[in-house]
Write a protein that binds this ligand. Structure first.
Ligand code: AMP
Length: 480
Protein backbone atom coordinates (compact mmCIF):
# COMPACT_ATOMS: atom_id res chain seq x y z
CA UNK A 1 0.00 0.00 0.00
CA UNK A 2 1.71 3.19 -1.11
CA UNK A 3 0.53 5.97 1.05
CA UNK A 4 1.55 9.43 0.05
CA UNK A 5 -0.42 11.57 2.37
CA UNK A 6 -0.67 14.58 4.62
CA UNK A 7 -0.83 14.34 8.40
CA UNK A 8 -1.51 16.83 11.15
CA UNK A 9 -1.93 16.87 14.94
CA UNK A 10 -2.97 19.77 17.17
CA UNK A 11 -3.18 20.45 20.93
CA UNK A 12 -4.78 23.68 22.08
CA UNK A 13 -5.18 25.36 25.45
CA UNK A 14 -8.86 26.10 25.52
CA UNK A 15 -10.73 25.67 22.24
CA UNK A 16 -11.76 22.86 19.97
CA UNK A 17 -9.07 21.61 17.59
CA UNK A 18 -11.50 20.58 14.82
CA UNK A 19 -11.53 23.85 12.90
CA UNK A 20 -7.75 24.40 12.89
CA UNK A 21 -7.37 20.74 11.88
CA UNK A 22 -9.82 21.29 9.04
CA UNK A 23 -7.92 24.37 7.80
CA UNK A 24 -4.60 22.56 7.97
CA UNK A 25 -6.00 19.67 5.96
CA UNK A 26 -7.00 22.24 3.33
CA UNK A 27 -3.39 23.45 3.34
CA UNK A 28 -2.22 19.86 2.83
CA UNK A 29 -4.81 18.97 0.19
CA UNK A 30 -2.11 18.64 -2.50
CA UNK A 31 -0.73 15.66 -0.52
CA UNK A 32 -3.92 13.66 -0.89
CA UNK A 33 -7.28 13.99 -2.56
CA UNK A 34 -8.86 10.59 -2.03
CA UNK A 35 -10.14 10.97 1.51
CA UNK A 36 -9.98 13.29 4.49
CA UNK A 37 -10.55 12.75 8.19
CA UNK A 38 -10.26 14.16 11.68
CA UNK A 39 -10.23 12.41 15.06
CA UNK A 40 -10.48 14.50 18.25
CA UNK A 41 -10.57 13.71 21.95
CA UNK A 42 -12.55 15.72 24.48
CA UNK A 43 -10.88 14.30 27.61
CA UNK A 44 -13.45 11.52 27.93
CA UNK A 45 -13.94 10.04 24.50
CA UNK A 46 -12.82 10.08 20.89
CA UNK A 47 -14.82 11.67 18.05
CA UNK A 48 -14.13 10.75 14.47
CA UNK A 49 -15.20 11.85 11.01
CA UNK A 50 -13.56 10.26 7.98
CA UNK A 51 -14.97 10.52 4.45
CA UNK A 52 -13.96 9.90 0.88
CA UNK A 53 -13.26 12.96 -1.24
CA UNK A 54 -11.62 16.36 -1.01
CA UNK A 55 -11.50 18.15 2.35
CA UNK A 56 -14.22 20.59 1.23
CA UNK A 57 -16.55 17.70 0.31
CA UNK A 58 -15.70 15.33 3.16
CA UNK A 59 -17.02 17.64 5.90
CA UNK A 60 -20.59 19.01 6.01
CA UNK A 61 -21.11 22.21 8.01
CA UNK A 62 -22.35 20.34 11.11
CA UNK A 63 -19.57 17.74 11.15
CA UNK A 64 -16.94 19.94 12.76
CA UNK A 65 -19.29 20.81 15.63
CA UNK A 66 -19.45 17.10 16.57
CA UNK A 67 -15.66 16.85 16.77
CA UNK A 68 -15.23 18.16 20.29
CA UNK A 69 -12.05 18.58 22.25
CA UNK A 70 -8.84 20.64 22.16
CA UNK A 71 -6.71 17.71 20.95
CA UNK A 72 -6.90 15.96 17.60
CA UNK A 73 -5.25 14.60 14.49
CA UNK A 74 -6.13 14.73 10.79
CA UNK A 75 -5.25 13.09 7.51
CA UNK A 76 -5.58 13.52 3.77
CA UNK A 77 -4.98 10.46 1.65
CA UNK A 78 -3.39 10.26 -1.77
CA UNK A 79 -5.25 8.38 -4.48
CA UNK A 80 -3.33 5.39 -5.70
CA UNK A 81 -4.36 3.61 -8.86
CA UNK A 82 -6.88 0.88 -8.16
CA UNK A 83 -7.15 1.42 -4.42
CA UNK A 84 -10.03 3.85 -4.08
CA UNK A 85 -11.02 2.18 -0.93
CA UNK A 86 -12.98 3.52 2.04
CA UNK A 87 -11.39 0.99 4.39
CA UNK A 88 -8.03 2.72 4.08
CA UNK A 89 -9.24 6.25 4.72
CA UNK A 90 -7.66 7.74 7.85
CA UNK A 91 -7.14 8.61 10.69
CA UNK A 92 -7.40 4.99 11.68
CA UNK A 93 -8.97 4.69 15.13
CA UNK A 94 -9.36 1.84 17.61
CA UNK A 95 -10.31 1.46 21.22
CA UNK A 96 -8.60 -1.17 23.28
CA UNK A 97 -8.10 -2.20 26.89
CA UNK A 98 -5.81 0.62 27.90
CA UNK A 99 -7.44 3.45 25.98
CA UNK A 100 -8.18 4.81 22.53
CA UNK A 101 -5.76 5.26 19.64
CA UNK A 102 -5.98 7.30 16.45
CA UNK A 103 -3.30 7.17 13.76
CA UNK A 104 -2.50 9.20 10.65
CA UNK A 105 0.30 7.81 8.51
CA UNK A 106 2.33 9.21 5.64
CA UNK A 107 4.75 6.71 4.16
CA UNK A 108 5.01 3.05 3.49
CA UNK A 109 6.33 0.19 5.61
CA UNK A 110 8.46 -2.46 3.97
CA UNK A 111 7.78 -5.16 6.59
CA UNK A 112 4.08 -4.63 7.38
CA UNK A 113 3.16 -8.11 6.11
CA UNK A 114 5.55 -9.80 8.48
CA UNK A 115 4.31 -7.90 11.54
CA UNK A 116 0.71 -8.41 10.51
CA UNK A 117 1.27 -12.17 10.44
CA UNK A 118 2.94 -12.16 13.85
CA UNK A 119 0.10 -10.14 15.35
CA UNK A 120 -2.55 -12.25 13.64
CA UNK A 121 -0.95 -15.34 15.22
CA UNK A 122 -1.34 -13.63 18.58
CA UNK A 123 -5.05 -13.14 17.95
CA UNK A 124 -5.22 -9.64 16.47
CA UNK A 125 -7.98 -9.25 13.88
CA UNK A 126 -7.44 -6.79 11.04
CA UNK A 127 -10.13 -4.85 9.19
CA UNK A 128 -8.01 -3.38 6.37
CA UNK A 129 -4.96 -4.31 4.36
CA UNK A 130 -3.16 -1.06 5.14
CA UNK A 131 0.08 -0.76 7.13
CA UNK A 132 -1.38 1.90 9.43
CA UNK A 133 -3.59 -0.67 11.11
CA UNK A 134 -0.52 -2.83 11.67
CA UNK A 135 1.21 0.06 13.46
CA UNK A 136 -1.94 0.70 15.52
CA UNK A 137 -2.20 -2.92 16.68
CA UNK A 138 1.50 -3.18 17.47
CA UNK A 139 1.38 0.01 19.50
CA UNK A 140 -1.82 -1.01 21.27
CA UNK A 141 -0.18 -4.26 22.28
CA UNK A 142 2.96 -2.53 23.58
CA UNK A 143 0.87 -0.04 25.52
CA UNK A 144 -0.54 -2.90 27.60
CA UNK A 145 2.94 -3.49 28.99
CA UNK A 146 4.79 -0.18 28.84
CA UNK A 147 4.42 3.56 29.13
CA UNK A 148 3.72 5.60 26.02
CA UNK A 149 7.31 6.52 25.15
CA UNK A 150 8.65 2.98 25.60
CA UNK A 151 5.70 1.54 23.69
CA UNK A 152 6.39 3.86 20.72
CA UNK A 153 10.06 2.98 20.89
CA UNK A 154 9.31 -0.71 20.79
CA UNK A 155 7.00 -0.26 17.81
CA UNK A 156 9.70 1.79 16.05
CA UNK A 157 12.19 -1.00 16.57
CA UNK A 158 9.80 -3.40 14.79
CA UNK A 159 8.51 -1.40 11.86
CA UNK A 160 10.79 -0.63 8.92
CA UNK A 161 10.19 1.73 6.07
CA UNK A 162 8.99 5.28 5.83
CA UNK A 163 6.58 6.83 8.26
CA UNK A 164 5.66 10.25 9.47
CA UNK A 165 2.88 9.66 11.95
CA UNK A 166 0.56 11.75 14.04
CA UNK A 167 -0.95 9.61 16.77
CA UNK A 168 -3.55 10.27 19.40
CA UNK A 169 -3.45 8.13 22.52
CA UNK A 170 -6.50 9.14 24.57
CA UNK A 171 -6.12 12.94 24.59
CA UNK A 172 -2.35 13.02 23.98
CA UNK A 173 -1.15 13.92 20.47
CA UNK A 174 2.22 12.57 19.33
CA UNK A 175 4.34 12.93 16.23
CA UNK A 176 6.86 10.33 15.08
CA UNK A 177 9.25 10.46 12.14
CA UNK A 178 11.00 7.34 10.90
CA UNK A 179 14.71 6.95 11.72
CA UNK A 180 15.74 7.99 8.22
CA UNK A 181 13.34 10.91 7.95
CA UNK A 182 12.01 9.80 4.58
CA UNK A 183 8.81 11.84 4.77
CA UNK A 184 8.63 15.36 6.19
CA UNK A 185 7.07 16.34 9.53
CA UNK A 186 7.44 19.60 11.41
CA UNK A 187 6.47 21.29 14.67
CA UNK A 188 4.71 24.64 14.83
CA UNK A 189 3.71 27.01 17.59
CA UNK A 190 0.30 28.63 17.61
CA UNK A 191 -0.84 31.48 19.83
CA UNK A 192 -2.65 29.01 22.08
CA UNK A 193 -1.11 25.64 21.34
CA UNK A 194 1.13 23.45 19.20
CA UNK A 195 0.81 21.71 15.87
CA UNK A 196 2.55 18.86 14.09
CA UNK A 197 2.17 18.83 10.30
CA UNK A 198 3.61 17.24 7.17
CA UNK A 199 4.46 20.68 5.83
CA UNK A 200 4.96 24.12 7.28
CA UNK A 201 2.39 25.64 4.89
CA UNK A 202 -0.25 24.15 7.23
CA UNK A 203 1.29 26.05 10.16
CA UNK A 204 1.25 29.29 8.15
CA UNK A 205 -2.44 28.77 7.43
CA UNK A 206 -3.08 28.77 11.18
CA UNK A 207 -1.01 31.96 11.68
CA UNK A 208 1.51 29.87 13.58
CA UNK A 209 5.28 29.80 13.51
CA UNK A 210 7.44 26.95 12.32
CA UNK A 211 9.58 25.76 15.26
CA UNK A 212 11.60 23.10 13.39
CA UNK A 213 11.42 19.77 11.59
CA UNK A 214 10.81 16.70 13.70
CA UNK A 215 14.18 14.93 13.61
CA UNK A 216 14.53 11.50 12.05
CA UNK A 217 13.86 8.91 14.78
CA UNK A 218 12.33 11.49 17.10
CA UNK A 219 9.09 11.30 19.07
CA UNK A 220 7.32 14.56 19.94
CA UNK A 221 4.61 14.45 22.62
CA UNK A 222 2.34 17.51 22.73
CA UNK A 223 1.01 18.46 26.16
CA UNK A 224 -2.75 17.91 26.09
CA UNK A 225 -3.27 21.35 27.69
CA UNK A 226 -1.60 23.01 24.69
CA UNK A 227 1.23 24.55 26.72
CA UNK A 228 4.26 22.77 25.29
CA UNK A 229 5.79 19.52 24.14
CA UNK A 230 8.45 16.97 25.10
CA UNK A 231 10.76 15.25 22.68
CA UNK A 232 12.61 11.92 22.76
CA UNK A 233 15.28 10.84 20.30
CA UNK A 234 14.20 7.20 20.27
CA UNK A 235 16.26 5.87 17.40
CA UNK A 236 19.46 7.27 15.97
CA UNK A 237 20.23 6.10 12.44
CA UNK A 238 23.63 6.73 10.89
CA UNK A 239 22.27 8.16 7.69
CA UNK A 240 19.04 9.76 6.66
CA UNK A 241 17.01 8.95 3.56
CA UNK A 242 15.11 12.15 2.83
CA UNK A 243 12.95 11.82 -0.26
CA UNK A 244 14.38 14.25 -2.85
CA UNK A 245 11.11 14.13 -4.76
CA UNK A 246 9.35 16.01 -1.93
CA UNK A 247 11.53 19.00 -2.83
CA UNK A 248 11.23 18.48 -6.56
CA UNK A 249 7.52 17.82 -6.97
CA UNK A 250 5.46 16.85 -4.02
CA UNK A 251 5.69 19.54 -1.33
CA UNK A 252 4.16 22.97 -1.68
CA UNK A 253 6.67 25.59 -2.87
CA UNK A 254 5.79 27.78 0.12
CA UNK A 255 6.73 25.05 2.63
CA UNK A 256 10.05 24.95 4.45
CA UNK A 257 11.67 21.49 4.64
CA UNK A 258 15.12 20.93 6.20
CA UNK A 259 15.35 24.69 6.77
CA UNK A 260 15.01 25.40 3.06
CA UNK A 261 12.09 27.03 1.34
CA UNK A 262 10.98 24.53 -1.29
CA UNK A 263 10.45 27.32 -3.85
CA UNK A 264 14.09 28.42 -3.50
CA UNK A 265 15.35 24.84 -3.79
CA UNK A 266 13.39 24.45 -7.03
CA UNK A 267 14.77 27.75 -8.36
CA UNK A 268 18.27 26.54 -7.49
CA UNK A 269 17.60 23.27 -9.33
CA UNK A 270 16.49 25.38 -12.32
CA UNK A 271 19.75 27.36 -12.15
CA UNK A 272 21.72 24.10 -12.05
CA UNK A 273 19.75 22.89 -15.05
CA UNK A 274 20.90 25.93 -17.02
CA UNK A 275 24.51 25.38 -15.86
CA UNK A 276 24.44 21.74 -16.90
CA UNK A 277 22.45 21.76 -20.11
CA UNK A 278 21.24 25.28 -20.93
CA UNK A 279 20.38 25.81 -24.56
CA UNK A 280 19.86 29.10 -26.37
CA UNK A 281 16.26 29.66 -27.42
CA UNK A 282 13.88 32.60 -27.89
CA UNK A 283 11.66 31.81 -24.99
CA UNK A 284 11.65 29.71 -21.80
CA UNK A 285 8.31 28.62 -20.40
CA UNK A 286 7.30 26.52 -17.42
CA UNK A 287 4.90 23.61 -17.57
CA UNK A 288 2.36 24.95 -15.08
CA UNK A 289 2.33 24.63 -12.17
CA UNK A 290 5.05 22.08 -11.43
CA UNK A 291 7.75 23.65 -13.63
CA UNK A 292 7.30 27.25 -12.61
CA UNK A 293 10.04 27.71 -9.98
CA UNK A 294 12.51 25.64 -12.04
CA UNK A 295 11.87 27.78 -15.13
CA UNK A 296 12.32 31.02 -13.24
CA UNK A 297 15.70 29.86 -11.86
CA UNK A 298 16.73 28.57 -15.29
CA UNK A 299 15.82 31.82 -17.07
CA UNK A 300 17.49 33.92 -14.39
CA UNK A 301 20.76 31.97 -14.67
CA UNK A 302 20.54 32.11 -18.48
CA UNK A 303 20.16 35.88 -18.45
CA UNK A 304 22.99 36.28 -15.96
CA UNK A 305 25.10 34.52 -18.58
CA UNK A 306 23.93 37.09 -21.14
CA UNK A 307 21.50 34.84 -23.01
CA UNK A 308 18.71 37.40 -23.39
CA UNK A 309 16.09 34.62 -23.43
CA UNK A 310 12.53 35.72 -22.70
CA UNK A 311 10.71 34.13 -19.74
CA UNK A 312 7.03 33.71 -20.60
CA UNK A 313 4.00 31.94 -19.22
CA UNK A 314 3.19 30.52 -22.62
CA UNK A 315 1.10 27.57 -21.51
CA UNK A 316 -2.25 28.27 -19.92
CA UNK A 317 -3.72 25.80 -17.51
CA UNK A 318 -7.34 24.96 -17.10
CA UNK A 319 -7.43 24.64 -13.34
CA UNK A 320 -10.65 22.67 -13.31
CA UNK A 321 -9.18 19.57 -14.91
CA UNK A 322 -7.92 16.99 -12.42
CA UNK A 323 -4.43 15.59 -12.41
CA UNK A 324 -3.61 13.83 -15.66
CA UNK A 325 -1.53 11.40 -13.77
CA UNK A 326 -4.36 9.49 -12.17
CA UNK A 327 -6.43 8.98 -15.32
CA UNK A 328 -6.80 5.21 -15.68
CA UNK A 329 -6.01 4.77 -19.37
CA UNK A 330 -3.29 6.18 -21.58
CA UNK A 331 -5.86 7.50 -24.04
CA UNK A 332 -7.60 9.46 -21.27
CA UNK A 333 -4.29 10.75 -19.99
CA UNK A 334 -3.38 12.08 -23.44
CA UNK A 335 -6.74 13.77 -23.88
CA UNK A 336 -6.49 15.26 -20.41
CA UNK A 337 -3.17 16.98 -21.18
CA UNK A 338 -4.88 18.72 -24.10
CA UNK A 339 -7.79 19.72 -21.92
CA UNK A 340 -5.48 20.98 -19.26
CA UNK A 341 -2.87 22.98 -21.14
CA UNK A 342 -3.22 25.36 -24.06
CA UNK A 343 -0.39 27.41 -25.56
CA UNK A 344 -0.54 31.18 -26.10
CA UNK A 345 0.14 31.27 -29.81
CA UNK A 346 1.89 34.65 -29.90
CA UNK A 347 4.50 33.44 -27.38
CA UNK A 348 5.25 30.42 -29.52
CA UNK A 349 4.70 31.07 -33.23
CA UNK A 350 7.88 31.05 -35.29
CA UNK A 351 10.08 30.82 -32.22
CA UNK A 352 12.37 28.34 -30.57
CA UNK A 353 10.88 27.35 -27.25
CA UNK A 354 12.34 25.67 -24.16
CA UNK A 355 9.79 24.12 -21.82
CA UNK A 356 10.72 23.22 -18.28
CA UNK A 357 9.03 20.68 -16.05
CA UNK A 358 9.98 19.05 -12.78
CA UNK A 359 9.88 15.44 -13.97
CA UNK A 360 8.97 12.98 -16.68
CA UNK A 361 7.21 9.88 -15.44
CA UNK A 362 5.42 8.08 -18.26
CA UNK A 363 6.27 10.77 -20.78
CA UNK A 364 2.65 11.59 -21.59
CA UNK A 365 2.84 15.26 -20.61
CA UNK A 366 6.07 16.05 -22.49
CA UNK A 367 4.96 14.12 -25.54
CA UNK A 368 1.66 15.97 -25.78
CA UNK A 369 3.21 19.33 -25.02
CA UNK A 370 5.85 19.09 -27.72
CA UNK A 371 3.11 18.27 -30.21
CA UNK A 372 0.91 21.08 -28.92
CA UNK A 373 3.70 23.63 -29.25
CA UNK A 374 4.57 22.49 -32.75
CA UNK A 375 0.90 22.75 -33.74
CA UNK A 376 0.94 26.29 -32.36
CA UNK A 377 3.83 27.16 -34.70
CA UNK A 378 6.95 26.62 -32.56
CA UNK A 379 10.04 26.18 -34.74
CA UNK A 380 12.04 24.27 -32.18
CA UNK A 381 10.96 22.66 -28.93
CA UNK A 382 13.57 21.89 -26.27
CA UNK A 383 12.66 20.09 -23.08
CA UNK A 384 14.56 20.53 -19.80
CA UNK A 385 13.67 18.53 -16.70
CA UNK A 386 14.53 19.57 -13.13
CA UNK A 387 15.04 16.00 -11.89
CA UNK A 388 17.07 13.01 -13.06
CA UNK A 389 15.48 10.21 -15.12
CA UNK A 390 12.92 8.27 -13.11
CA UNK A 391 13.95 4.71 -13.84
CA UNK A 392 12.44 2.70 -10.97
CA UNK A 393 9.30 2.64 -8.85
CA UNK A 394 8.87 4.34 -5.48
CA UNK A 395 8.22 1.98 -2.59
CA UNK A 396 8.31 4.69 0.02
CA UNK A 397 5.01 6.37 -0.58
CA UNK A 398 4.92 8.20 -3.91
CA UNK A 399 2.55 6.73 -6.44
CA UNK A 400 4.90 6.82 -9.37
CA UNK A 401 3.70 4.16 -11.82
CA UNK A 402 5.18 0.71 -12.28
CA UNK A 403 8.57 0.05 -13.86
CA UNK A 404 7.00 -0.96 -17.21
CA UNK A 405 5.18 2.37 -17.41
CA UNK A 406 8.23 4.55 -16.68
CA UNK A 407 9.55 5.90 -19.96
CA UNK A 408 13.13 6.12 -18.66
CA UNK A 409 13.19 2.60 -17.17
CA UNK A 410 14.68 1.06 -20.30
CA UNK A 411 15.40 3.95 -22.65
CA UNK A 412 18.34 6.29 -23.08
CA UNK A 413 17.84 10.05 -23.02
CA UNK A 414 18.25 10.09 -26.81
CA UNK A 415 15.57 7.40 -27.21
CA UNK A 416 13.21 9.38 -24.98
CA UNK A 417 13.93 12.56 -26.93
CA UNK A 418 13.06 10.74 -30.14
CA UNK A 419 9.88 9.33 -28.62
CA UNK A 420 8.60 12.69 -27.39
CA UNK A 421 9.80 14.27 -30.66
CA UNK A 422 11.65 17.12 -28.99
CA UNK A 423 14.59 18.91 -30.66
CA UNK A 424 16.60 18.35 -27.51
CA UNK A 425 16.05 16.88 -24.07
CA UNK A 426 18.10 17.04 -20.88
CA UNK A 427 17.55 15.98 -17.32
CA UNK A 428 19.30 17.28 -14.21
CA UNK A 429 22.11 15.12 -12.84
CA UNK A 430 21.81 13.31 -9.51
CA UNK A 431 24.85 15.24 -8.23
CA UNK A 432 23.18 18.56 -9.00
CA UNK A 433 20.11 17.45 -7.04
CA UNK A 434 22.09 16.48 -3.97
CA UNK A 435 24.17 19.63 -4.06
CA UNK A 436 21.08 21.86 -4.42
CA UNK A 437 19.45 20.02 -1.52
CA UNK A 438 22.58 20.45 0.59
CA UNK A 439 22.68 16.72 1.35
CA UNK A 440 25.19 14.09 0.44
CA UNK A 441 23.86 11.31 -1.77
CA UNK A 442 23.99 8.99 1.23
CA UNK A 443 21.47 11.15 3.09
CA UNK A 444 18.84 11.10 0.36
CA UNK A 445 16.44 8.45 -0.86
CA UNK A 446 17.17 8.36 -4.60
CA UNK A 447 15.61 4.96 -5.22
CA UNK A 448 13.45 6.09 -8.15
CA UNK A 449 16.41 7.61 -10.03
CA UNK A 450 19.12 5.08 -9.15
CA UNK A 451 17.13 1.86 -8.70
CA UNK A 452 19.01 1.37 -5.42
CA UNK A 453 17.02 1.85 -2.24
CA UNK A 454 17.95 2.76 1.33
CA UNK A 455 15.57 0.05 2.56
CA UNK A 456 15.46 -3.70 2.06
CA UNK A 457 12.83 -4.30 -0.58
CA UNK A 458 12.06 -7.71 -2.06
CA UNK A 459 13.52 -8.05 -5.52
CA UNK A 460 15.35 -4.70 -5.43
CA UNK A 461 18.93 -3.64 -4.73
CA UNK A 462 19.91 -1.56 -1.74
CA UNK A 463 22.25 1.44 -1.95
CA UNK A 464 25.77 0.24 -2.57
CA UNK A 465 27.67 2.92 -0.77
CA UNK A 466 25.35 3.59 2.11
CA UNK A 467 25.73 1.91 5.48
CA UNK A 468 22.57 0.20 6.65
CA UNK A 469 21.09 2.12 9.57
CA UNK A 470 21.53 0.62 13.01
CA UNK A 471 18.12 0.33 14.57
CA UNK A 472 18.65 0.31 18.32
CA UNK A 473 16.47 -2.24 20.03
CA UNK A 474 14.17 -1.87 23.00
CA UNK A 475 16.05 -1.64 26.24
CA UNK A 476 19.11 -0.18 24.54
CA UNK A 477 20.52 3.02 26.08
CA UNK A 478 18.08 5.74 25.18
CA UNK A 479 17.58 9.29 26.12
CA UNK A 480 14.01 8.75 27.19
P1 AMP B 1 4.06 12.01 -17.19
O1 AMP B 1 3.10 12.79 -18.01
O2 AMP B 1 3.56 10.64 -16.85
O3 AMP B 1 5.45 11.99 -17.73
O4 AMP B 1 4.13 12.73 -15.76
C1 AMP B 1 4.87 13.91 -15.61
C2 AMP B 1 4.03 14.99 -15.03
O5 AMP B 1 3.36 14.50 -13.85
C3 AMP B 1 4.89 16.16 -14.61
O6 AMP B 1 4.26 17.35 -15.07
C4 AMP B 1 4.94 16.09 -13.11
O7 AMP B 1 4.85 17.38 -12.54
C5 AMP B 1 3.76 15.24 -12.71
N1 AMP B 1 4.09 14.25 -11.68
C6 AMP B 1 5.29 13.77 -11.36
N2 AMP B 1 5.19 12.85 -10.37
C7 AMP B 1 3.90 12.76 -10.04
C8 AMP B 1 3.16 12.01 -9.08
N3 AMP B 1 3.75 11.16 -8.27
N4 AMP B 1 1.82 12.19 -9.04
C9 AMP B 1 1.21 13.05 -9.89
N5 AMP B 1 1.87 13.79 -10.80
C10 AMP B 1 3.18 13.65 -10.89
Amino acid sequence: MHEKCGVVGISLEDRDAARPLYYSLYALQHRGQESAGIVTHDGFQQHSHVEMGLVGDAFEPGDLEQLNGPNGIGHVRYPTAGSVNACCAQPFSVSFKSGSLGLSHNGNLVNAGEIREQLADLGHAFTSDGDTEVIAHDLARNLLEEDLVRAVKRTMSRIHGSYSLTIMHDDTVLGVRDPQGNRPLCIGKLEDGYVLASESAAIDTLDGELVRDVRPGELVVLHPDGTGYDTYQLVQAETTAHCFFEHVYFARPDSVIDDELVYEVRRELGRELWEESGIESDVVMPVPDSGRAFASGYAEAANEDGSGVEFAEGLMKNRYVGRTFIMPTQDERERAVRLKLNPIKSSVEGRSVTIIDDSIVRGTTSNQLVQLLRDAGAEEVHVRIGAPQIIAPCYMGIDMASREELIAADKSVEEIRAEIEADSLSYLSIDAVSSALGNSRADLCLGCVTGEYPYDIDGETTDRDVERPVISGVGAEADD
